[in-house]
Design a protein around this ligand. Structure first.
Ligand SMILES: *Cc1c(COP(=O)(O)O)cnc(C)c1O
Length: 387
């Protein structure tokens, strides 16, 4: 029998890092001490008090049964309290918060609730690939909004053609941003709310990096913007904030009809996250957040080591205000893939070519701050040798 994949699956974009993965595997096989700055996955363990709460909760037979698919009331209350404490948001945990099995599944599922075939979704590029993939799975069409240095990596809303706007139903935004590390101003968010109202577009804000910030910078929630809750929804994740990428836990917050649509999809696809994981997440959200400050301190040291070192070498690496990425323009005469291949082959350093996140990412590489500070010094030393 011949198994033919669906047209939607066939439309998935090619995996752009095949060549880089092959070169990395070869280098490892040759015995090269490879330093991997390619993956956005924290290397630090989950804080012990969160692990301890999980261990205790696993023993509770009440949690061995099906969870409720929108999340335990206590989890949603903890998420609402955290949003109040952190952003001053007043959210109704029963109607305006949904528990997620990590934010990725919800980013992929959300369009199924509000998109019809042929509808358009506005997606930032370079960007997290899931915004486009969720659009494809729902039968929609993606309109890419380029993020460029000239626009401070904020989409130029005025450049979207009128016929696209008529068909657009959803707009994805992500600040602090992966991969550019850009942050959004409250002015920009205010313009987005007006734009969404005028054009009847649902705003989905991916806030995965809201707590991964440096110095005195505090990232705003999109929902702090006056009127934002009338037009949108925000996706929060515990993955980066509490080093919990493996646990799969997050929440969406916003307009009750939008959380309701998402809840309806999810209740038909999954049956919610294990309640022991939700218990651990409650411990994380309700804590004094000192573990978040400790995480910020570690990344600050790594950022300063890497960025100061690269700047001394003449690279124009900016100090990011947020995220654990550094978005670095490649030196004159190089392309994104050319420069990352050079670093891998001659320095044993893996970084991600910017064009892998979308065409406007050409001319950049992304380095993730996911190795210890001493290894960051080694990164700088090795790049010095290559240049
Ligand atoms: C890491 C990341 C997420 C979070 O994914 P989870 O599924 O919650 O682990 C979401 N959006 C972006 C842009 C990310 O980089």
């Amino acid at each position: 029998m011949h198994f033919s994949k669906s047209d939607r699956l066939k439309q998935l974009p090619p995996y752009l890092f095949v060549e880089l993965d092959r070169k990395k595997a070869e280098a490892v096989a040759r015995g090269v001490d490879v330093i991997d700055l390619g993956i956005g996955d924290p290397d630090l363990p989950t804080p012990q008090f969160i692990v301890d709460r999980m261990v205790e909760a696993v023993r509770n037979p009440a949690y061995h049964r099906y969870p409720s698919s929108s999340g335990m009331p206590r989890f949603r209350q903890a998420a609402a309290d955290w949003c109040m404490e952190r952003f001053g948001l007043s959210l109704d945990p029963a109607q305006e918060i949904v528990c997620l099995i990590g934010s990725k599944e919800a980013i992929a599922h959300f369009p199924v609730a509000f998109l019809n075939p042929g509808d358009v979704v506005l997606v930032p590029t370079p960007g997290y690939p899931v915004y486009h993939i969720g659009t494809l799975f729902a039968g929609g069409e993606t309109w890419y909004m380029p993020l460029t240095a000239e626009n401070d990596f904020l989409p130029d809303l005025d450049s979207i053609p009128a016929d696209i706007l008529r068909r657009a139903r959803i707009m994805w935004l992500n600040y602090p941003n992966n991969p550019t590390a850009a942050v959004a101003t409250s002015d920009f968010f205010a313009r987005v709310v007006d734009f969404a109202r005028e054009n009847e577009i649902i705003v989905c804000h991916d806030a995965a990096y809201s707590e991964m910030t440096y110095d005195d910078y505090k990232a705003p929630s999109f929902l702090e913007t006056p009127g934002a809750k009338e037009v949108g929804l925000e996706f929060h994740s515990l993955s980066k904030t509490f080093n919990m990428t493996g646990w799969r836990i997050g929440f969406a917050a916003g307009h009750p009809e939008l959380t309701g649509g998402l809840r309806q999809i999810k209740s038909n696809v999954d049956s919610g996250q294990f309640e022991a994981v939700q218990e651990a997440a409650i411990a994380a959200l309700a804590s004094d957040q000192s573990c978040v400050r400790a995480m910020q301190k570690v990344y600050t040291e790594r950022r300063d080591t890497l960025v100061s070192g690269l700047r001394e070498l003449g690279l124009e690496a900016p100090f990011p205000k947020a995220t654990f990425y550094v978005w670095i323009p490649v030196p004159e005469g190089h392309t994104s893939t050319g420069f990352s291949s050079l670093l891998l082959e001659e320095a044993g350093i893996v970084c991600t070519p910017g064009n892998g996140f979308g065409e406007p990412g050409e001319g950049y590489v992304r380095m993730a701050l996911t190795v210890a500070r001493e290894r960051m010094e080694e990164v700088v030393d090795r790049i010095r040798e290559v240049l």
